[in-house]
Ligand binder design. Structure first.
Ligand code: M6R
Length: 369
C-alpha cells in the first residue's frame, strides 16, 4: 500500500505533481476562465464581500497565510488569516459581507470547525477548502472546494498542503474574476502558469538527492532556522513545522526582515539557516534584501542553505548549499519552494531514527479543542 516507498510520507511527497494537476482538473476552461461551479455562493453575494477571513491550523494555516497575499493582490479585498484556535475567543468582527474560508485536510479539525460555527452564527458565509469528501467541515459550510490530493496517511501534511495552495489560488482568482478586479494580463498569465506547475513540482522532485545528503549531514544538530519574506515567510514556517514534528528538532521560521529586530542574536558558528529567496524578477527589492540577509548571517558564521530560483546568480557567493527551484510567478513560488523542505525534514527524521509516518505525540486529525 506504500507503493514501494518506505514511508507513506515519501509516497505522498512523490504524488504531489499528480495531486496538484488533479486539483486543477476541470476548473480552468480552454479560454483561461475559472469554472468553480462547486462554489455555490452566488456571484451576487461574492461581489458584495468586503472582507475575507481565513481560519485554519498548522500546515493549513500556512496555506492560508499565502492565500491572504494572493487574495489581496488579485482582488484588493482586505483579507486576514487567523489561527482557528484563537479566532472565536477574541470576538472577531464578522457579518453577512464577510467570506470566511476554512482550510482543512481532514475536515474534522475541531478548532477549525468551532471557528466556522462561530462565523456562521455571526452571519458570515463559509467556504471550506477540504480534502475529505463528506467530512464535517464541508458539511457545515455554505460551499466547498475540494482538494484532490487523495488520501493523506502520513501525519505530516505534504500533498494536502500543495493542493490547499492550488485551491487558495483558484479561490483568489475566482473572486477576481467574479468581481472583475484586476482581471488583466497578469491574472491570465498566472492561470496559464498554474497549468504548468505540476511539471515544475516534478522537476524539483527529480533533483532532491543533494537535499537528502545535506539532511543526513545535519542529523546531530540541535537547531535549524528558516528565513523567508512575503510568500517565502509561510514557507519558512512550514519548513520549521515539518522539522519539529518529524525530526523533533528545535526549528523556527522568521520573516527575514525581523532578523535585525532580535533573532540575529541566535546566529552562531555552523548554525544551519535555510533561506527561501524570492524571485529576482517580480519583487526584486525583496530579493536584494534577502541576499543582504544571507551575507549578514554568513558573516556571523551561519551555514547557509539557500533555496533560490534557477538562474539567480546573486546568491551563489553566499550559499554554502544551494537548492535550485524552477522559476515561477512570485505568488506561486511556495508550490515549488516547499518541496525541498518536506524532503529535508523527512530525511532528517529517518537519519535520527524517528518514526516518519507517526511522529510521537501527534494524531493525523485533531478532533479535540
Ligand atoms: O486536517 P487539517 O488540515 O485541519 O489539520 C490541520 C493541522 O492539524 C495539520 O496541518 C498539522 O499541522 C500537520 N500535522 C502538519 O504537518
Amino acid at each position: 500500500e506504500k507503493g514501494g516507498y518506505d514511508y507513506f510520507m515519501l509516497k505522498e511527497i512523490a504524488e504531489q505533481p499528480k495531486a496538484v494537476a488533479d486539483t486543477l482538473l476541470g476548473r480552468i476552461d480552454a479560454s483561461g476562465s475559472l469554472t468553480l461551479d462547486e462554489v455555490r455562493i452566488p456571484a451576487s453575494v461574492l461581489r458584495e464581500v468586503d472582507k475575507v477571513v481565513i481560519v485554519a491550523c498548522g500546515t493549513a494555516y500556512h496555506a492560508g497565510m499565502i492565500a491572504k497575499l494572493a487574495i489581496e493582490h488579485w482582488t484588493r479585498i482586505p483579507c486576514e488569516t487567523e489561527l482557528a484556535s484563537e479566532f472565536r475567543y477574541r470576538d472577531p468582527i464578522l457579518d453577512q459581507r464577510t467570506l470566511v474560508v476554512a482550510i482543512s485536510q481532514s475536515g474534522e479539525t475541531m478548532d477549525t470547525l468551532m471557528a466556522l460555527r462561530h462565523a456562521r452564527e455571526q452571519g458570515a458565509r463559509v467556504l471550506a477548502i477540504c480534502n475529505t469528501n463528506g467530512s464535517t467541515i464541508p458539511r457545515e459550510s455554505d460551499a466547498v472546494l475540494y482538494t484532490h490530493a487523495g488520501p493523506e496517511v502520513a501525519v505530516a501534511s505534504t500533498k494536502a498542503f500543495l493542493t490547499q495552495l492550488v485551491a487558495c489560488y483558484l479561490v483568489a482568482l475566482y473572486l477576481g474574476q467574479v468581481r472583475g478586479t484586476k482581471w488583466g494580463d497578469e491574472i491570465e498569465a498566472v492561470v496559464r502558469e498554474l497549468s504548468d506547475i505540476a511539471a515544475a513540482v516534478d522537476t524539483v522532485l527529480e533533483t532532491m538527492e543533494p537535499v537528502r545528503e545535506l539532511a543526513r549531514s545535519l542529523a546531530d544538530k540541535n537547531t535549524v532556522l528558516f528565513l523567508g519574506r512575503h510568500v517565502g515567510y509561510p514557507v519558512a514556517l512550514e519548513g520549521a513545522l515539518k522539522l519539529k514534528e518529524l525530526a523533533y528538532m528545535h526549528a523556527e521560521g522568521f520573516a527575514a526582515g525581523e532578523l535585525k529586530h532580535g533573532p540575529i542574536a541566535l546566529i552562531e558558528k555552523d548554525l544551519p539557516v535555510v533561506v527561501v529567496v524570492p524571485s529576482p524578477r517580480g519583487r526584486s527589492v525583496l530579493h536584494d534584501k534577502i541576499v543582504s540577509n544571507i551575507q549578514e548571517i554568513r558573516a556571523r558564521g551561519a551555514r547557509t542553505i539557500v533555496i533560490a530560483e534557477e538562474g539567480d546568480e546573486a546568491v551563489v557567493p553566499y550559499a554554502d548549499h544551494l537548492i535550485r527551484i524552477p522559476a515561477t510567478p512570485t505568488l506561486l513560488q511556495p508550490l515549488v519552494a516547499t518541496v525541498p523542505l518536506q524532503v529535508f525534514a523527512c530525511e532528517l527524521a529517518t537519519a535520527r531514527g524517528n518514526e516518519v509516518d507517526q511522529p510521537r505525540n501527534l494524531a493525523k486529525s485533531v478532533t479535540v479543542e
